[in-house]
Design a binder for this molecule. Structure first.
Ligand SMILES: Cc1ncc(COP(=O)(O)O)c(C=O)c1O
Length: 419
């Protein structure tokens, strides 16, 4: 059982039990940035120290820097089941990768038409497209709505917005505020049928789900390493033809080939070393859980990684079910923004946003921390969803696979006593 592995899993994250001051706490701010895997921090440190020389020179330390970068690209390709290491572009953040993608679209395609996204996006997947509208490149950015009761994406509405003039369909894999999962395969089919470029913001989905770019059938997918047990950096998968078909901004001497022509400036081997350690961790976990990922045809390391991601997903659905039941038992004062039916916990990731009647969000978050050592956060989370919800901000408790059922109980008990 996954639960039996939790002590071992948790021991791999040195700051999970206690913060650097020795303060024991329940860390539920994973949606903002996860805990760092010990091996990822160590790999990063070693790469910084040992492979500080620039790659592409004959000296060993330089050659090694190049190897580490390639290893990191391979690791990301393994995590996503991408075709090859060259499908992986690195960047500073998901936001900068999406802006870069939008500029490449602007440079390459003819103007006109529309872009379709959703009402529950992070602005990283809104502002780049609005930028194209403000420059007159597209006539419209259209927002597919979510159901105000179930908080699930209204796929029929999205389908009605996509037409022959839709250049891009760009959706998040999971809302970082509502926790709702987007049915990516369905949306991808709609995008492909109309000949649109299909982009996925995988930032909030990646830590929770067996993401497989080939099954999703996307042209591009971005995610951020600092939400996936590293501390910095982001990656973009691009289908070969998609990476080669667009013309990103680049300096003249930079290579013409992907992924290098998409990358601005020098690469940091430490970023690649850290994500490679994360892929190793998934491989280890896959061996331990022994789960069969249904329908996955890959083998070897990729199969183990998929097994780990699948086991994480199954465990987190159970965790969500428990949290949803507990939140419901707290009564009407607590308003949850996101799918709430415990029997349908599989439509969401374990990200729970709420407000408490008569209590300021900030005050609640402070009391949860000071009186109960529960680390959650309140804000608007840069989410377009707040507009549709008509709120300024929410309190968000976001779990990761290393959070235990006892921690879920601690959150629920703390909320109960404060309410
Ligand atoms: C769903 C989603 N997309 C994009 C981002 C932005 O990521 P980055 O900070 O790497 O630009 C976030 C960050 O919270 C997010 O949750």
């Amino acid at each position: 059982m996954f639960e039996d592995l939790l002590p071992e899993i948790r021991s791999r994250f040195p700051r999970l039990e206690y913060d650097y001051l020795g303060h024991s706490r329940v860390f539920l701010d994973n949606g903002a940035g996860s805990m760092v895997l010990g091996e990822a921090a160590r790999a990063e440190y070693e790469a910084r120290l040992n492979y500080a020389a620039e790659h592409d020179a004959p000296a060993e330390e330089s050659a090694e820097a190049g190897k580490v970068i390639l290893k990191g690209r391979r690791a990301v390709a393994d995590l996503l089941n991408a075709e090859e290491a060259e499908s992986i572009v690195s960047g500073e953040s998901a936001t900068s990768l999406l802006f870069n993608l939008a500029y490449a679209v602007f440079r390459t395609l003819r103007a006109g038409g529309n872009i379709v996204t959703t009402e529950y996006e992070h602005y990283a997947n809104v502002s780049p497209w609005l930028e194209l509208k403000s420059r007159g490149f597209v006539d419209e950015v259209r927002f597919a709505r979510f159901n105000p009761e179930t908080y699930e994406l209204d796929v029929d509405h999205l389908a009605s917005l996509v037409d022959s003039r839709t250049r891009i369909v760009s959706v998040t894999g999971a809302s970082n505020l509502l926790g709702s999962i987007t049915p990516l395969e369905e949306v991808g089919k709609i995008a492909r049928e109309r000949g649109s470029i299909f982009v996925v913001d995988g930032v909030h989905l990646m830590p929770h789900y067996p993401v497989d770019v080939q099954t999703i059938g996307c042209d591009f997918l971005v995610f951020s390493a600092y939400k996936l047990f590293c501390r910095f950096g982001s990656f973009m998968y691009g289908r070969k033809e998609a990476l080669e078909g667009l013309e990103p901004y680049k300096v003249e001497p930079a290579p013409e080939r992907a992924p290098w022509r998409w990358e601005h400036g020098n690469r940091d081997p430490a970023l690649f070393a850290a994500i490679a350690a994360v892929a190793d961790y998934y491989e280890w976990l896959g061996e331990r859980v022994g789960v069969e990922p249904k329908g996955f045809t890959g083998s070897g390391r990729r199969l183990k990684i998929k097994a780990a991601q699948t086991a994480i997903r199954e465990y987190e659905v159970k965790l969500s079910r428990r949290v949803l039941k507990g939140l419901d038992e707290l009564g009407g004062k607590l308003k949850l923004y996101g799918p709430s039916d415990p029997s349908k916990a599989d439509v969401r990731v374990p990200t729970f946003s709420f407000t408490v009647e008569g209590v300021e969000n900030r005050r609640m978050v402070e009391r949860l921390w000071r009186e109960h050592s529960v680390f959650v956060r309140e804000e608007n989370f840069y989410s377009r969803a707040v507009k549709s919800l008509g709120v300024q901000g929410v309190i968000r408790a976001s779990f990761a696979h290393y959070n235990t059922p006892q921690e879920a109980e601690k959150l629920l008990g703390s909320l109960k006593s404060l309410i």
